[in-house]
Design a protein around this ligand. Structure first.
Ligand code: ADP
Ligand code: MG
Length: 625
């Protein structure tokens, strides 16, 4: 019999206690939890040996809350209180939902600006609460399996999630009593799972086609560091949409004339989904249907017909691929690995189109459902301190430029799009008016030159600037985005030290279509914007010139100018004022120049007088030069 060695309490000879950590893939359709055990990442199953937890939550009138399969099985009879695909609505407003998500079988509260809430028998439920129920379920599963509490988790989010959606995900974790080591972009997690951090060169494409979202990212390893060169995608495109197309095909084929109720719709969706999944293996599928008063029988769907129906949607995933390659500023030939992620990448047509586009073999070896959770688990293990020798660092990028509004409604970009995160950038600004003691800071997001064409993120004010002449104050505005993509903006007047700041948690998020539109319109309007920028800049300069000269004239025109001189200056000033609203920046520029020239002798006289005044009573030695 072997003798077991036991050390004294508190004096364990192991170098460090292992801390339990997990990776969580909080998916739109399915969620998973994984952990590293014995040096290997593995997904954890529930009591009935199932690893995928359907991201579904059902609220009952008695206060009970069901999650996963149990909730899903009631989605037909109780669609109103069963919440499916809640990730599509997390961090978003009701208004946006009405615009973009017409196919929800849930009902939402109608607040115009606030984030969406779902109306259930248990009251109004926020998508954050829904996500927290899923997280609680996975936390319990992990702690039961591991026999101890989790020290922390890494939760994955789509690369396209904005501030609001990331913050909402973190809030859900807090609500589930989980410590979040960090949020991680899903594609980055997938690349880790494939061990591509061991590859020495070449770009990696991660193509993630799940149930609710499509994402494509281009990663590059740089001296052992993962960098996301570019991300693109569509948060409103996934397997659910394919189901919808098939469901529409079914209802059309059955020629149903009356409007279907929510339960029947859900029933048909489920049949469509079943048929779709079956068709990855088989060439045709028989769909058995039993719809009250409408149809009872079987219809056949062939893979060819299926391909024909879904091809336009699948093709829609290719243009973000092209966009990402462009943004990453690489050549297709530099791509050395294409990783397939998400249940929908099992569809043969998807694999074929992606292979054709990238002109190379694609990675499909790791289960596309599990790959993200596995990568997150590896990352969580490192962050828990279980691999002290690991120096892998993960970097992401911000999807749209961030900046502030300056005079004339112009945007000054501070962090440009696709900058690697985390990042901190600062820029100096100054006051516009003499004696100005406060400054309004307006944080905007987008690629266009004018504030009106960008998205407003936040506003705050900096007070207590000591009164100075215009342009003398130095206000340093710092933008900081942390590793999770959350933005903090601070402003500090460097002479007085007054400071003010804000953390941006916009009340709702941006859709990928919107991001795409914003990018597209920035390209389309680039020349026009540049012209507008010039014009606004000249208008601001004209305003500044007028204010300065008018203030001077008011102060000492009498002592410095004779009547003839005064008339000349007034004429130039009037001419400038008259063309302020002109749409030609060159005309304004000329008028400013004219005022400067005509008034130059006056400015000189004033300056000489000021110097004389300053020198009066001073010894030459007092003056530091
Ligand atoms: P998410 O990341 O959005 O939670 P998943 O990666 O779990 O999504 O993918 C779920 C989607 O994958 C669903 O739309 C499901 O129907 C689809 N899916 C799963 N298996 C198959 C299959 N064999 N063939 C086609 N689609 C599949
Ligand atoms: Mg996924």
């Amino acid at each position: 019999m072997a003798l077991l060695q036991i050390s004294e309490p508190g004096q364990s000879t192991t170098p460090h206690q292992r801390r339990f950590a997990a990776g969580i893939d909080l998916g739109t359709t399915n969620s998973l939890v994984a952990t590293v055990r014995n040096g290997k990442a593995e997904t954890l199953a529930d009591e009935s040996k199932k690893e995928l937890l359907p991201s579904v939550v059902r609220y009952l009138s008695n206060g009970e809350i069901q999650t996963g399969e149990k909730a899903l099985s009631h989605s037909i009879e109780d669609p109103k209180n069963t919440i499916i695909s809640s990730k599509r609505i997390i961090g978003r407003s009701t208004k946006e939902l009405i615009q973009t998500d017409k196919n929800h079988t849930n009902e939402f509260s109608h607040t115009e600006t606030g984030t969406a809430k779902i109306l259930t028998v248990a009251g109004e439920i926020s998508p954050i609460e829904v996500a927290s129920e899923i997280l609680k379920n996975l936390k319990n599963r992990a702690e039961k399996t591991l026999g101890d509490e989790l020290s922390g988790v890494v939760i994955t989010v789509p690369a396209y999630f904005d501030d609001a959606q990331r913050q909402a995900t973190k809030d859900a974790a807090t609500l589930a009593n989980l410590k979040v080591f960090r949020l991680l972009n899903e594609p980055t997690a997938a690349a880790i799972a494939y061990g591509l951090d061991a590859e020495s060169e070449g770009a990696i494409v991660v193509y993630d086609f799940g149930g609710g979202t499509f994402d494509v990212s281009i990663l590059q390893l740089n001296k052992g560091v993962f960098e996301v060169l570019a991300t693109a995608g569509d948060t409103q495109l996934g397997g659910d949409d394919l189901d919808l197309l098939i469901a529409n095909w079914i209802t059309k084929k059955l020629d149903i004339q009356f409007e279907l109720d929510k339960s029947t719709l859900r029933y048909i969706y489920n049949k469509a989904k079943y048929a779709k999944e079956k068709l990855t293996q088989e060439n045709k599928v028989a769909i058995d249907l039993d719809i009250d008063q409408a149809f009872k029988g079987t219809i056949i769907l062939t893979r060819n017909k299926f391909n024909e129906i879904v091809e336009p949607l699948v093709k829609k995933t290719i243009s973000p691929c092209r966009q990402a390659i462009r943004d990453a500023n690489i050549n297709k030939t530099e791509i050395k690995n294409v990783v397939m992620v998400g249940g929908s990448t099992r569809i043969p047509l998807v694999r074929q189109l992606v292979t054709d586009f990238f002109e190379q073999q694609i990675h499909v070896d790791i289960d596309p459902d599990k790959v993200v959770a596995l990568g997150a688990a590896i990352q969580a293990d490192i962050l828990a301190g279980n691999k002290p020798d690991s120096d892998m660092l993960l970097l992401d990028v911000n999807p749209l430029s961030l900046g502030i509004e300056t005079m004339g409604g112009l945007v000054e970009k501070i962090i440009s799009r696709n900058t690697t995160l985390p990042v901190a950038r600062a820029q100096e600004f100054t006051t516009f008016k003499e004696g100005q003691t406060a400054l309004a800071i307006h944080v905007v997001q987008g690629e266009r030159e004018l504030v009106d064409d960008c998205r407003s993120l936040a506003r705050f004010e900096l007070h207590g600037i000591p009164p100075m002449v215009a342009g003398a104050a130095k206000i340093r505005v710092t933008f900081q985005i942390d590793a999770d993509g959350l933005l903090n903006v601070s402003a500090r007047e460097t002479i007085s030290g007054v400071e003010s700041q804000i953390t941006v948690k916009p009340s709702y998020g941006l859709e990928s279509d919107e991001i795409e539109n914003m990018l597209r319109s920035s390209i389309k309007h680039a020349a026009e914007d540049l012209g507008m920028r010039k014009l606004r800049e000249q208008q601001v300069a004209a305003k500044r010139e007028l204010e300065a000269i008018e203030a001077a004239l008011l102060e000492d025109a009498d002592t410095h100018l004779n009547a003839e001189e005064r008339t000349k200056i007034d004429a130039a000033v009037d001419q400038l004022r008259a063309c302020m609203e002109d749409s030609d920046s060159a005309i304004i520029k000329k008028a400013i120049k004219n005022v400067e020239q005509v008034a130059s002798f006056y400015v000189e006289r004033r300056m000489n007088k000021n110097i004389q005044q300053a020198l009066t009573g001073h010894n030459v030695n007092d003056i530091n030069i």
